[in-house]
Design a protein around this ligand. Structure first.
Ligand SMILES: *Cc1c(COP(=O)(O)O)cnc(C)c1O
Length: 371
C-alpha cells in the first residue's frame, strides 16, 4: 500500500528541464525569469502590476510597509488562518485585531469586521480561506466607507474566482503564496498584485535594499529595505506551474466533488461548502471529536496506520501562545475555536486518483466507527 500524503506538488520533467536550463544560463539571481514570471502573472490577473518575492510571508510584511502601517496602528484580520497573517502585523509593530469567521465559509465575518473598525484601524487583512473567496463586493464597500487599505491574504487562492473574476484582478494589495503545499509552487515564493499607482515602485525598493538607480545608473538607497528577491530558478519553475494551474485546479474540483458525494461516516463530518470559483487549496471537513470515542490525535494516528496523511489547518490564531499572551481567550471567537479543534485536512492534490478519494472515505468511516 503506497502512502498517500495530504498534499504533494505536481512537478513534471519539462519543468525540471527548464529549471536546469536556467541554472546553466549563468543568470540565476533575479533578472530575466523574474521579469517573465511577473509578466505571466500579470497576464493571468487581467493586466495588473505584479511583483514576486521570496514568500507570501515576505509579501505580507512588505505590503504592510507599503501601507505605512506601524506602531499604534490596528489591522483587522480573521481568527482562523495560518500564523503568518497576524505575525507580520506584529512584526511591523502594529496590533492585529481578530474577528471571528463564519462557521460555514470559514472566512472573516463581515458584520463583525465592520463592528471592529475603530479610530486606530488602518487596514483590513482578510484571508480567502481554503481557496473560497471572501465577498469582495461587500468587503471593499466597507473598506471604502471607512477609508481603509486592504491587504488580501490570497495564499490559498491563486485561481479562485469571485463572481467570475479571479482574485487578484482587482482590489488593493493581493498576496499569493507559491509554497510547495499551495496550488502552484516556485519551491518558495510569493507575489503581490498591486492596485494603486506608485505601490509597485515602493515594493521594488522594499524587496531589495531600498536601492534606486537614476538615469545615469547611479545607485542610491532611500529606504531600509529587506532582501526578498525571488531567484530566477524559482521563477522558472513558477512560470511552468502557472501554465498548468487551470488544469491543477480543475482536477482539485473533480476530486472534491467525489469527496462531497462519498464521505459518509458516523458521526457525520461537517463538509465544507462547494461554490463556483472555489480553488480548493485544501479539503478540510470538521469532525465532532468531543462526540467521538476518539481524540483528533488518535484519528490522525489511525489514518497514518492506514497509509493516509492528515493535516491540521489550523489551530485558531487566538489560542496560540503569542496571541493568548496578548489577552485573547479561547471563547472570544467560538467559530474559529471550533474549527481549530475539529478540522482535519484530507489528501487533495492533482496527481491523486479517484480511487484514492474512495480509499480515504472508507478509512474515515472505519476509523470513526472504531474499526
Ligand atoms: C502559506 C500561507 C502563508 C505564507 O506563505 P509562504 O509563502 O509560505 O510565506 C500566509 N498565509 C496563509 C493563509 C498561508 O496559508
Amino acid at each position: 500500500m503506497t502512502y498517500l500524503p495530504f498534499t504533494r506538488p505536481t512537478i513534471d520533467e519539462d519543468a525540471i528541464a527548464s529549471v536546469a536550463d536556467t541554472l546553466r544560463s549563468g543568470w540565476i539571481a533575479s533578472v530575466p525569469r523574474v521579469v517573465e514570471f511577473e509578466a505571466a502573472l500579470s497576464e493571468y490577473l487581467g493586466g495588473r502590476s505584479v511583483r514576486v518575492l521570496t514568500s507570501a510571508t515576505a509579501a505580507l510584511e512588505v505590503a504592510l510597509q507599503v501601507c505605512g502601517i506601524g506602531p499604534g496602528d490596528e489591522v483587522i484580520t480573521p481568527a482562523m488562518s495560518f500564523a503568518a497573517t497576524p505575525n507580520m502585523i506584529v512584526k511591523v509593530g502594529a496590533t492585529p485585531v481578530f474577528v471571528d469567521v463564519d462557521a460555514r465559509t470559514r472566512n472573516i465575518d463581515l458584520d463583525r469586521m465592520e463592528a471592529a473598525i475603530g479610530p486606530r484601524t488602518k487596514a483590513i487583512m482578510p484571508v480567502h480561506f481554503a481557496g473560497l473567496a471572501v465577498d469582495l463586493d461587500r468587503l471593499y464597500a466597507i473598506a471604502d466607507r471607512h477609508g481603509l487599505r486592504v491587504i488580501e491574504d490570497a495564499a490559498h487562492a491563486i485561481g479562485t474566482e469571485w463572481r467570475g473574476e479571479r482574485v487578484g484582478t482587482r482590489g488593493d494589495l493581493v498576496v499569493f503564496s507559491f509554497h510547495p503545499n499551495k496550488n502552484m509552487t516556485s519551491i518558495e515564493g510569493g507575489a503581490i498584485s498591486i492596485g494603486r499607482d506608485g505601490d509597485a515602485k515602493r515594493i521594488d525598493h522594499l524587496r531589495f535594499h531600498g536601492i534606486v538607480k537614476d538615469a545615469d545608473g547611479n545607485v542610491d538607497v532611500i529606504a531600509a529595505g529587506g532582501k526578498f528577491n525571488l531567484p530566477d530558478a524559482n521563477a522558472r519553475l513558477g512560470i511552468a506551474q502557472l501554465a498548468r494551474l487551470p488544469g491543477f485546479n480543475e482536477r482539485r474540483r473533480v476530486l472534491v466533488r467525489r469527496y462531497l458525494e462519498r464521505l459518509r461516516a458516523d458521526p457525520q463530518p461537517d463538509l465544507p461548502p462547494d461554490s463556483a470559483g472555489h480553488s480548493w487549496h485544501i479539503f478540510a471537513p470538521l469532525i465532532p471529536f468531543d462526540r467521538c470515542r476518539l481524540s483528533r490525535r488518535d484519528f490522525v494516528a489511525a489514518m497514518h496506520t492506514r497509509g493516509i496523511g492528515v493535516g491540521i489547518h489550523y489551530p485558531a490564531l487566538h489560542t496560540l501562545t503569542l496571541y493568548r499572551e496578548r489577552g485573547y481567550a479561547e471563547s472570544d471567537f467560538p467559530n474559529a475555536a471550533r474549527i481549530g479543534r475539529e478540522t482535519v485536512t484530507l489528501p487533495l492534490f492533482p496527481l491523486m486518483q479517484d480511487g484514492d478519494v474512495d480509499r480515504v472515505c472508507d478509512a474515515v468511516k472505519d476509523v470513526l466507527a472504531g474499526r
